[in-house]
Design a protein around this ligand. Structure first.
Ligand code: WTA
Length: 655
């Protein structure tokens, strides 16, 4: 660890000799952090200027975490346009600079594209005009269900340009999940593609969309981008994007939006019920996404930035599109997967495009670590300066491999803790300012005030060397504003367990030095391969199967995925367990939700451990799934304690 600390204290250097003085050092971090929490109006009033306003704001922070009155507003009287901030304001100085490098799934079929800010301006304006011609207006919702192709970014920025609210559905989600989201936000239009090539395979997005729209209003239209040119069916509601874009004008003025007008909705999993639509608004989100992008990755003008996420997740929103483009950066959009055509793909792309900042998830790091060092060593990674990690806790073994083998011991690793709800990074080291500790997200970003609470009493735990649940004492500009169409659910989910605080849903430890360590979700949300999943969603998919009477789903430690999905299934009377039925249920969940929700292990459970009032004791199920049944705790309150013996005897995950 000693080399990590010296490295972060001085300059951040790539092996090819280029050195950059980090934007922030330990001293400026301390000063700025202090200012950000003691005088938030002054601090954010100043940093709010990093983006362009049409009408400047005069009010900065107006937020309340008060029970019954959860109300979050930032820069509320300012007006701006997010698309203009990502494109138009750069045209005079960097019109010919590459904004997006698109790296296709299969480079033997297609070359990467270098899209300049001028190109981006043209394409986004055309797409915006196509949307307007289809009747999309300010405030309308548009679902984006696309592969990782440039049109996904054009679609986001085109919506933002005309004031429509986009909601991206990850292309790995099933027709059912897509349909639920179209209906959930009352979308007018779905933008999709014929097919999504990924890892050498193709997902039939258009046909998925057709299936999804069978359950939606007849008025919902569909705009289809040609990706592969493969065959698709065509219905009355479909429009050919490529044809319309060809004739559309490339002049489309950006609409003036209020800072608090919604920019996007993104559905995410919670501990109960169906996914909820997280709403982010325009001004605060743009300030926060761009500022965290610049400072957390120590982005300097001219750098090539690569975040390997998909735009279907919040990481892709903030750190492929909005943050980098607001900063006039060059950002990479990668259509493929880490292991196609082989386990050297990430490093080949880093070499080819001379990547300076590389941001990925621990699950990918673990998978590539397992493939062997030779895949990394084949490539020249000397341009790398900063490495990032996101989505789940990174175990020290993976951290060390990332540090030694990928970063050659000279690239600070920023382990960024944040959430769909937070819009941008919350806890993270800063390159050049923080002495790194493998596995710790370390320190709050500016304006973020973490507190550790005692889980049952909700009392604040002061001091260091303490454990509890992670909450935030006050608002930050990137915070979500509401749950789409259900402000009550917003309050109930995030502000009711611990009154006066934003509750993250995560447990955490503050160590002796005051550094934060995320210990994982304390609710029924699991992180599978960096994808967030509600156990309740998988359960409701399982019980929707005719042969399933009941089910309980928990996470368990998985070497590569971080957490795997462990499903206990009770069959209907008269149904017999079999391997075929197990496969049938796996396929069922894939089709109900998507491949990422497929259970890794299914255990047939003649009964589930329940309290006398019928509540499933998940704590016990988690322990059995973890193969740690020596400490089940008190089982005397169970209605039928004998079910536990059966579950232990037939457990699926034996160490
Ligand atoms: C987890 C992803 C530990 C956490 C940006 C959180 C992390 C959930 C980290 C949000 C990290 C994210 N260390 N855990 N660096 N980053 N998490 O909404 O449990 O998909 O609550 O946002 O991922 O997942 P989401």
């Amino acid at each position: 660890m000693s080399d990590a600390s010296t490295r972060s204290e001085s300059v951040v250097q790539s092996a090819n000799g280029s050195t950059k003085t980090p934007h922030i050092n330990a001293e400026t971090y301390a000063q700025m952090y202090d200012a950000s929490v003691s005088q938030p109006d002054v601090f954010w009033g100043e940093h709010g200027q990093r983006i362009d306003w049409i009408k400047p704001f005069t009010k900065v922070k107006n937020t309340s975490f008060e029970p019954g009155n959860i109300d979050i507003r930032w820069f509320e009287d300012g007006t701006l346009n997010a698309s203009a901030n990502c494109i138009d304001r750069h045209l005079a100085t960097r019109g010919d600079q590459t904004a997006i490098i698109w790296e296709p799934d299969d480079t033997s079929k297609q070359e990467p594209l270098h899209i300049t800010y001028n190109d981006l301006h043209r394409s986004v304006s055309k797409m915006a005009n196509v949307l307007k011609d289809l009747g999309v207006e300010k405030g309308d919702r548009v679902i984006i269900y696309l592969p990782m192709i440039p049109e996904a970014a054009y679609a986001m920025l085109a919506c933002a340009r005309i004031g429509a609210i986009h909601s991206i559905v990850f292309a790995g989600f099933s027709p059912d999940a897509l349909g639920a989201r179209v209906n959930g936000c009352g979308a007018k239009l779905v933008i999709t593609a014929d097919y999504a090539p990924r890892g050498g395979r193709e997902t039939p997005l258009k046909s998925n969309t057709d299936t999804a729209l069978l359950h939606c209003d007849d008025d919902v239209q569909c705009l289809v981008v040609k990706r592969t040119g493969g065959q698709t069916t065509w219905t009355d509601r479909d429009h050919d994007y490529n044809k319309l874009a060809e004739i559309a004008s490339d002049d489309c003025p950006a609409v003036e939006m209020n800072a608090e007008d919604p920019l996007f909705i993104l559905y995410t999993s919670g501990s109960t019920g169906q996914p909820k639509g997280v709403v982010h608004t325009t001004g605060g989100y743009m300030v926060y996404a761009s500022m965290t992008h610049e400072l957390v990755f120590d982005y300097h003008d001219g750098d090539i930035f690569w975040c390997t996420a998909d735009v279907g997740w919040v990481t892709g929103h903030s750190y492929i599109v909005y943050g980098p483009l607001a900063n006039g950066a060059t950002t990479i959009m990668f259509e493929g997967v880490p292991t196609y055509p082989d386990a050297g793909r990430f490093w080949e792309v880093c070499e080819k495009h001379k990547v300076n900042q590389f941001y990925t998830a621990p699950t990918a790091i673990r998978a590539l670590m397992g493939a062997g060092n030779e895949w990394v060593e084949k490539y020249d990674l000397s341009d790398l300066r900063v490495l990032g990690s996101v989505g789940e806790p990174i175990n020290p073994e993976a951290w060390n491999w990332y540090n030694d083998v990928v970063g050659k011991g000279r690239c600070p690793i920023v382990d960024t803790f944040w959430q769909t709800e937070t819009g941008g990074h919350m806890l993270t080291p800063l390159p050049g300012a923080t002495e790194l500790k493998p596995g710790s997200a370390q320190q709050p970003f500016f304006g973020v005030q973490p507190v550790v609470l005692e889980p049952t009493s909700g009392e604040i735990i002061e001091g260091n060397g303490v454990d509890g649940v992670l909450c935030m004492r006050d608002s930050w500009p990137g915070q979500m504003r509401t749950v789409w169409g259900d402000h009550e659910r917003f309050e109930k989910t995030y502000f009711s367990d611990y009154k006066g605080y934003y509750f993250s849903g995560d447990g955490c430890r503050r160590d002796e030095d005051g550094d934060y360590w995320i210990t994982g979700r304390v609710d029924d949300v699991i992180n599978v391969s960096g994808h967030r999943m509600g156990t309740a969603e998988v359960e409701s998919a399982l019980v929707a199967h005719a042969k399933v009477a009941e089910s309980a789903v928990v996470g368990y430690p998985h070497d590569v995925k971080g957490q795997g999905i462990y499903a206990y299934v009770t069959l209907m009377n008269g149904e017999e367990p079999s391997d075929e039925l197990r496969k049938e249920l796996e396929v069922w969940v894939r089709t109900e939700i998507g491949p990422i929700a497929k259970p890794d292990l299914i255990q047939w459970a003649p009964g589930l451990p329940k309290t006398r009032s019928g509540k499933i004791m998940r704590r016990i199920l988690r322990k059995i799934a973890e193969d740690d049944f020596g400490s089940l705790g008190d089982t005397s309150t169970l209605a039928d304690p004998s079910v536990v013996d059966d579950l232990i005897a037939n457990r699926m995950n034996r160490g």
